[in-house]
Design a protein around this ligand. Structure first.
Ligand SMILES: C[S@@+](CC[C@H](N)C(=O)[O-])C[C@H]1O[C@@H](n2cnc3c(N)ncnc32)[C@H](O)[C@@H]1O
Length: 269
């Protein structure tokens, strides 16, 4: 199916203004990912598909657009320095600060297929089991794509994906599912609350976060979108809270309330 210049421009404009994702030079990616879906679903042109989406922006065609165009690559213990920093520096601070409430608020803001939030929860379980009292270790994990969220909720992964995980964690937090797969135990799955959240839309959270993981998602956004997002996230964090971004990403700190701690780690002042 051929895509005209006008259709291509319309898709990049729609995706940029609704999801923040910049696909300016990504014609091959758009066609590669959408063409089969359009054919399978009986569309005759990209224009017809976009008309349908615009007439029902929360319908299944719009969801399919997001699911097809986002890149969901992730893995357990990705950028492990962040989890070590959380365990060694941040959690001991929270242990003192929140000793009365025993609550900690963490948000994995582009959680994809779940490896990031589950790594956070395993790190929390590992840390808090050595402490007295019952800490609430539930965390929030959000993504724009319903497809990855549904996958994440199941908590089932191929054994090859778990090779990076220490054997002790595998024993403690996973159970066999089939010859090739393992599943996270219910106690870990139940500690992640998965929700759809488009980072371009307003946030309404009850509690302010101690830690936000905003990793490997801003690569799709232009500078202004990134800047607005980072400020919006800052507003829903506690003073002294920590922000992790992807290790290849940079944060424009001008006019933000974040202090640079070390590469990819910031603290709200
Ligand atoms: C490469 S994955 C990153 C996963 C994980 N944070 C990590 O670092 O391994 C990027 C995720 O961002 C999500 N995403 C892209 N645009 C988004 C938006 N506007 N709002 C929320 N999530 C978005 C995608 O669906 C995808 O799952």
């Amino acid at each position: 199916m051929k895509i005209s210049e006008a259709e291509f421009k319309d898709i990049i404009h729609y995706v940029k203004s609704n999801y923040g994702i910049n696909l300016k030079n990504k014609k091959t990616l758009i066609v590669g990912r959408l063409e089969n879906y359009l054919i399978r679903n009986g569309y005759n042109s990209y224009a017809e598909y976009m008309d349908k989406i615009k007439s029902n922006p929360t319908g299944s065609d719009a969801t399919a657009l997001v699911n097809q165009l986002t890149t969901n690559h992730t893995y357990f213990l990705r950028e492990n320095l962040h989890f070590n920093y959380m365990r060694d520096i941040i959690l001991p601070q929270i242990l003192v600060k929140e000793r009365a409430k025993k609550s900690i608020y963490i948000w994995s803001a582009a959680s994809s297929t779940g490896e990031e939030p589950y790594t956070i929860v395993m790190t929390l379980h590992d840390f808090f089991k050595r402490q007295s009292g019952n800490w609430d270790t539930r965390i929030l994990a959000t993504d724009i794509s319903t497809e990855v969220l549904n996958y994440a909720k199941e908590g089932i992964y191929m054994k090859e994906q778990l090779e990076v995980i220490p054997n002790l964690w595998k024993k403690l937090y996973f159970e066999n599912y089939s010859a090739e797969k393992m599943r996270l135990k219910k106690s870990v799955r139940d500690d992640v609350i998965f929700r759809v959240q488009n980072l371009m839309k307003p946030f309404s959270f009850k509690n302010k976060f101690h830690i936000v993981f905003l990793r490997n998602v801003m690569i799709y956004f232009d500078d202004e979108t990134k800047f607005n997002l980072v400020n919006k996230i800052c507003d829903c964090m506690q003073t002294g809270g920590y922000l992790f971004i992807g290790m290849t990403e940079v944060l424009d700190k001008r006019n933000t309330n974040f202090k640079y701690i070390q590469s990819s780690i910031y603290q709200k002042i």
